[in-house]
Design a protein around this ligand. Structure first.
Ligand SMILES: Nc1ncnc2c1ncn2[C@@H]1O[C@H](COP(=O)(O)OP(=O)(O)OP(=O)(O)O)[C@@H](O)[C@H]1O
Ligand SMILES: [Mg+2]
Length: 309
């Protein structure tokens, strides 16, 4: 079935979007296009502007300039239409701690005019989807950090959104819980939801995102598929080792390869894996490994820092 031509094919499009806080330009002329059904990973260190950009897209913060469309609508001037079609999990979102799990979802549903037996069934279904079945009449206070985050995802799905905005949905969770949430998000993606995901975790972006944007000091400094981002910025293989006391060797490698040093770690990038494997023998390395170049390497090269710095 073909969608009518009036249905926008983009979940989100931003052109020259700007947000200022006094002297600070938190989001600076950002251009983004997120096609429908795509998971877009927005990466950036603390203070890069991820939350600010997400909030403008989520129709909760006005912008100071540029054009922004969500499902073809302006999230500020057509705020309620946009909000009705979005699911949002923002950094720092909270629950009403005095109410039980089910009531929290019911109250949220009322914002969308949802109630009645069919809605109650839906709440049950959503709790099951995020593996919180049987928790409906339990207090929110009794939920672990991971359970809370899963409940937030369930809450964001209450209005059957077309676009899901998740601002660091797994920060602070242990790896096992993080993987469970990735599984949930993958299922949502398969159902055709468009997802904007901000994250500090490279692995999260690599696992879920079809396209990745790197935000740094308010600017979108790179954007592409994960594979193309790596190919555009670095040779495909890297030899990584402890840089301490290896200055002479690093200079030698720099004649034939591209060398980066960040703190105690040295990274030697090269097109040929075997060359790097031979080079391991040149140094008395305590630890050395040859691996494919990663998104983390691209991030480090472009921003000069690791994601969790
Ligand atoms: N309401 C506000 N008033 C003033 N400055 C703000 C406000 N909100 C954000 N900022 C500033 O804007 C910049 C971008 O902040 P933002 O929260 O968007 O970053 P972020 O990429 O989400 O960071 P983090 O990874 O820490 O969540 C920061 O310098 C922040 O201090
Ligand atoms: Mg943030």
């Amino acid at each position: 079935m073909h969608a009518p031509s009036s249905v926008p094919t983009l979940a989100v499009s931003a052109r020259g979007v700007v947000k200022r806080f006094g002297e600070l330009t938190a989001v600076n002329e950002v251009e983004i296009e997120i096609p429908r059904g795509v998971c877009y990973g927005l990466l950036g260190p603390n203070g890069a502007g991820k939350t600010t950009l997400s909030k403008m897209i989520a129709a909760v913060l006005p912008r100071d300039g540029g054009e922004l469309k969500v499902l073809g609508l302006d999230p500020w001037t057509e705020q309620s239409e946009v909000k009705a079609r979005l699911g949002v999990v923002m950094q720092g979102d909270v629950f009403d701690e005095d109410l039980d799990v089910g009531r929290n979802l019911e109250i949220y549903g009322r914002f969308y005019g949802l109630s009645g037996p069919a809605f109650r069934e839906k709440v049950q279904g959503l709790l099951k989807f995020v593996s919180l079945e049987g928790r409906e009449r339990g207090p929110v206070q009794a939920l672990s950090g991971g359970m809370r985050r899963r409940l937030m995802i369930a809450r964001a799905l209450i209005n059957d959104p077309e676009v899901l905005i998740l601002d660091e949905p797994t920060t602070g969770l242990d790896p096992q819980v993080r993987h469970a949430i990735w599984g949930t998000l993958r299922q949502l993606k398969q159902r055709g939801l468009s997802i904007l995901l901000t994250t500090h975790y490279m692995e999260e972006a690599a696992q879920l995102a079809d396209r990745i944007g790197i935000l740094f000091k308010g600017k979108l400094i790179a954007e592409d598929t994960p594979e193309k981002l790596i190919a555009a910025h670095l040779p495909p293989w890297v030899l990584e080792f402890d840089a301490q006391g290896q200055e002479a060797l690093l200079e030698e490698f720099a004649q034939a390869a591209s060398v980066e040093r960040h703190g105690d770690r040295a990274f030697v990038f090269h097109a040929v894996e075997d060359t790097l494997r031979r080079w391991i023998a040149k140094g008395a390395f305590r630890t050395a490994l040859v691996r494919p170049a990663s998104l983390e390497d691209v991030f480090l090269k472009l921003t000069g820092r690791t994601l969790d710095e």
